[in-house]
Design a binder for this molecule. Structure first.
Ligand code: ADP
Ligand code: MG
Length: 670
């Protein structure tokens, strides 16, 4: 039997699909067949499709179009597309493994959409009218450049005009995919490749989607003269696939190892000891990161229908040189899926997502997915968090709470999923903490963003010889080869990655009545710890406590949150609150300090100064309060001169008072 006959009988087997195809035309134009089924039907034919797709796909299309499928429209034009090439025989390859030998071959790749252009019209059959004799010359277009006829087929002259209105057009879309982060080994750069999709394969996916693509590898000539060509894939079929952690093939043997490890009485210590073992100290930070890697329960729907975020966000804020960056980079290496970026270095789309004009689609609008979208389901380490651009900062609010990123620009309105945990590092406002000022006043991050972090760790570089000696010992040890053994992580990194993936995929811990009571009790007591009239905690903290407890259960591979899990969450929360919200002057806790612009004490002092000025203006003959008299009164109240000047300039900035004469202040009349 010749190829065409075989093809006809293979297509003919799909009667139901063919009938539907006819009914749905022209909305649907493609007959989508299964590659594995073709292999079973005729292995040779399947091999030929992989080796010479240009011939075999054309044969398939010709045969289908000649079969006279019944449609409502005359002269339908169908395409045959194949999906589902078996992975195990190497038909699915990584972008990095596409080499010169694959050019012109048909294969399958998997990737995450990193950029995607608008759907653009492309000439498929161009009409050129001869300027001499008006003859119509039709030219089939399948190159990137518009091909003109060399001479008129009637008069033989070479002078034409292109008639776009009467030419035939098809939709095209340029897509760029990159290797899925979870397929990369720690710190590796993801490789990218361009895809060209046409007709009904356009508008099927969006930036951030993980997709499976079949198609033919082609070459794109350089724009300028040169001999280095770019590869791209002419898409035959593409579809979105599920995202989280399905990459991790966990064998029965490995599952046994994982379950065994989960029963280890030292499990918790071992896991914490496997996070940045070369960094000395920071046990609470490491513990929090361990919990972040597992995350809270995913996909929980609250009674009001909103989705509760299961991902946890952490912030390390501290002096330079305290190993913040190192910790982030370390987490990038051990997390099953992660990305490390810096807020400063990443431009525009680097972090969140944007729409911009770029060369991918010859200057048309392109959607670009940034780190938070690409790391969906994993962790994004964002260094220099305080240095990110304004656009990113505003997108970050939405990304951290709703876990989506919206882009509305140039008529493109779209929303990406960004279920990503954020591990951020940042310096204080004046790059180093000032020991004489309250910590919370030194965060260079808006309070609205700060409040979205589950835990915040201030890290001060304190002069302490005992501590310095220990760090030095630890660091020097790493430089002595005979002791390398000692700082090995407690759990083999490969097993650790699989352990996390296993837990995230299979464990969905729930609170019991006992454990939720315990959380409630702590929360109520935490709120009561605030100063009069303010709360020491917000409902966000309550959610954070739940997430931390759930993560602790997940870490033990338990579907039930235990009292011990809640205790662990409380211990961490307490530690963090003591670090930031404790007001040494009053002995009280004031979470308001970090989640509103002014800590309670500053607001109090502003009000005090205002009262003083009001009193003075009312009692003085010229109706003004002089700096000297203000200082006299504030001195009694123990507010120092420097602080008074700052508070006064603050009141001036807010327009509450003004300075009609040097050193004299009045209230602005309403
Ligand atoms: P940061 O990002 O906080 O400014 P880095 O991560 O660049 O600091 O760290 C500076 C250097 O100091 C790194 O080489 C790091 O390994 C070292 N270092 C600082 N603190 C510690 C520590 N506790 N244990 C081990 N190394 C440390
Ligand atoms: Mg740094």
């Amino acid at each position: 039997m010749c190829d065409l006959k075989k093809i006809e009988s293979f297509i003919g087997k799909h009667k139901e699909q063919l009938r539907k195809l006819g009914e749905k035309y022209p909305e649907r134009k493609s007959l989508i067949l299964d590659f594995e089924e073709l292999e079973r039907y005729d292995n040779d034919l399947a091999d030929r499709l992989r080796a010479t797709p240009d011939e075999v796909l054309v044969d398939f299309n010709d045969v289908l179009n000649a079969m006279g499928v019944l449609t409502m429209v005359e002269n339908p034009k169908f395409n045959v597309r194949f999906k589902n090439m078996p992975r195990e025989r190497g038909y699915t390859i990584l972008v990095r493994d596409i080499t010169a030998e694959h050019i012109g071959k048909y294969l399958q790749v998997e990737g995450v959409v990193n950029r995607i252009s608008d759907v653009l019209p492309k000439v498929s059959k161009a009409l050129f009218v001869c300027n001499r004799c008006d003859e119509h010359n039709w030219i089939q277009q399948d190159k990137r450049m518009l091909i003109e006829p060399s001479r008129c087929r009637s008069c033989g002259k070479g002078d034409f005009r292109f008639i776009p209105e009467e030419s035939e057009w098809i939709d095209v879309q340029h897509i760029e995919i990159q290797e899925p982060l979870e397929m990369l080994k720690g710190g590796e750069q993801a490789r990218r490749i361009e895809l060209w999709a046409e007709e009904d394969m356009t508008d099927e996916v969006t930036a951030g989607d993980k997709i499976l693509v079949t198609g033919t590898v082609r070459l794109k000539p350089p724009k300028f003269k040169g001999s280095v060509y770019q590869k791209f894939i002419e898409v035959n079929h593409l579809e979105g696939i599920e995202r989280e952690f399905e990459e991790f093939d966990i064998t029965d043997e490995e599952e046994k190892e994982i379950l065994e490890l989960s029963k280890d009485p030292r499990l918790h210590d071992k896991i914490v000891g496997s996070i940045a073992p070369s960094i000395y100290g920071y046990n609470e930070v490491k513990e929090a990161i361990a919990l972040q890697l597992f995350g809270g329960r995913q996909g929980k729907i609250l009674p009001d229908g909103t989705k509760a975020r299961g991902d946890m966000h952490l912030l390390l804020i501290g002096d330079p040189g305290v190993a913040k960056s190192r910790i982030l980079q370390y987490v990038d290496q051990i997390a099953p899926k992660s990305i490390y970026v810096t807020g400063k270095g990443t431009t525009g789309a680097g972090l969140t997502a944007t729409a911009e004009r770029d060369e991918l689609a010859d200057g048309a609008w392109t959607l670009k997915a940034g780190a938070l979208v690409l790391a969906g389901g994993g962790i994004a380490g964002i260094d220099e968090f305080d240095k990110m651009s304004k656009e990113d900062r505003s997108a970050m609010h939405e990304a951290m709470e709703q876990q989506t990123i919206s882009v509305a620009k140039a008529g493109i309105i779209t929303k990406f999923k960004a279920n990503t945990s954020i591990l951020a590092a940042s310096n204080p406002k004046f790059s180093r903490f000032d020991n004489y000022k309250p910590l919370a006043e030194q965060f260079d991050i808006p309070p609205t963003l700060i409040s979205r972090f589950d835990l915040i760790f201030p890290i001060r570089d304190i002069l302490d010889s005992e501590h310095d000696r220990s760090i030095a010992d630890h660091m020097l040890k790493m430089h002595r080869s005979e002791e390398l053994e000692e700082i090995k992580p407690d759990i083999d990194p490969e097993l650790f990655r699989k352990y996390i993936a296993y837990a995230r995929r299979n464990i969905h811990p729930e609170l019991t009545l006992d454990t939720s009571d315990k959380i409630k009790e702590y929360y109520v007591q935490l709120r009561a710890r605030g100063k009069e009239g303010t709360a020491a905690a917000t409902p966000r903290q309550l959610e954070a406590l739940v997430r931390l407890s759930e993560a602790s259960a997940k870490l033990r591979l338990s579907n039930e949150v235990s009292v011990g899990d809640v205790e662990r969450a409380i211990k961490l929360t307490d530690f963090v609150i003591k670090e930031i919200a404790y007001d040494a002057a009053t002995g009280e806790f004031d979470i308001d300090r970090i989640v509103t612009d002014h800590p309670k004490s500053v607001r109090d002092r502003l009000r005090t100064i205002e009262d003083i000025i009001r009193e003075l203006t009312e009692s003085s003959p010229d109706g003004m309060a002089s700096m000297a008299s203000i200082l006299e009164s504030t001195g009694e109240k123990d507010i120092d001169k420097f602080e008074v000047e700052k508070l006064i300039s603050e009141l001036k900035k807010k327009g509450e008072i003004y300075e009609p004469r040097h050193g004299k202040f009045m209230f602005t009349e309403e």
